[in-house]
Design a binder for this molecule. Structure first.
Ligand code: IYR
Length: 225
């Protein structure tokens, strides 16, 4: 294998085939079309999903870039109905208070078109829950290890995760119960890990409806210089 030293560290050769402009256009169009069929879904079928699919999806999330390659993430995969029930009860307790007392009127009005409320049946109906934790710092042979750009890194990994879930043919919703420290307790995570995002994963219900909303057009999100 071809190798080169940089700062005294070995680097290995990386080769990516050079595609034609037509191939680049075709590939990017295909991927956009595929991703553009993704919708956030809150109605899950209880139909089981093979564990291997979930492992592949999580491995894909783990391919994300991260600050100084510290990979500051932990993915908890939950299928145990008792753990799912515990999570649902705790999440709904918080959400009930959020919707009735914590969230300002403007926020609740912004959510009305999406049809959300404090009830989270998907936390029990989806065959799997993935709870993503961000590691504020890490450990290597008992020593504390610095992590960098933790939220950015874990956010990117979650983007990969959502794309992988969609690409596999399944659906999810990015659920952020607030506050979500109950997840650390239920899943017994160490104090260097903080809950980041909760993603139920599964098939959509046989008859599923999603809000009739549009994505911003390219001209609204792109500024050319
Ligand atoms: N976390 C609450 C509220 C909520 C907030 C936003 I911003 C959303 O886009 C959707 C929901 C909930 O999960 O219901």
């Amino acid at each position: 294998m071809e190798k080169k030293l940089k700062n005294g560290f070995e680097h290995i050769r990386y080769v990516r085939p050079i595609l034609s402009e037509a191939e680049l256009i075709e590939n990017s169009k295909m991927f956009y079309s595929a991703m553009n069929t993704r919708r956030t879904v809150r109605d899950f079928d209880t139909r089981p999903v093979p564990l291997e699919v979930m492992e592949n999806i999580i491995q894909t999330a783990g391919t994300a870039p991260s600050g100084a390659h510290k990979q500051p993430w932990t993915f908890c995969l939950i299928s145990d109905p008792l753990v799912k029930r515990q999570i649902r009860i705790a999440a709904e307790e918080e959400e009930k208070i959020s919707y009735s007392q914590r969230m300002p009127t403007d926020w609740k009005n912004d959510l009305k078109p999406l049809g959300t409320d404090w009830e989270k049946p998907f936390l029990e109906e989806a065959p799997y829950l993935i709870v993503v934790f961000k590691q504020s710092y890490g450990f290597a042979s008992g020593e504390k290890v610095q992590h960098y750009y933790v939220s950015e890194s874990v956010g990117i990994a979650c983007g990969f995760l959502i794309a992988a879930i969609h690409q596999a043919g399944l659906v999810t919703v990015t659920h952020t119960p607030s506050p979500m420290n109950f997840l650390s307790k239920i899943l017994e995570r160490p104090s260097n890990e903080k809950p980041f995002l909760l993603l139920p994963v599964g098939y959509p219900k046989a008859e599923t409806y999603v809000p009739d909303i549009e994505r911003k057009p390219l001209e609204e999100i792109l500024i050319r210089f």
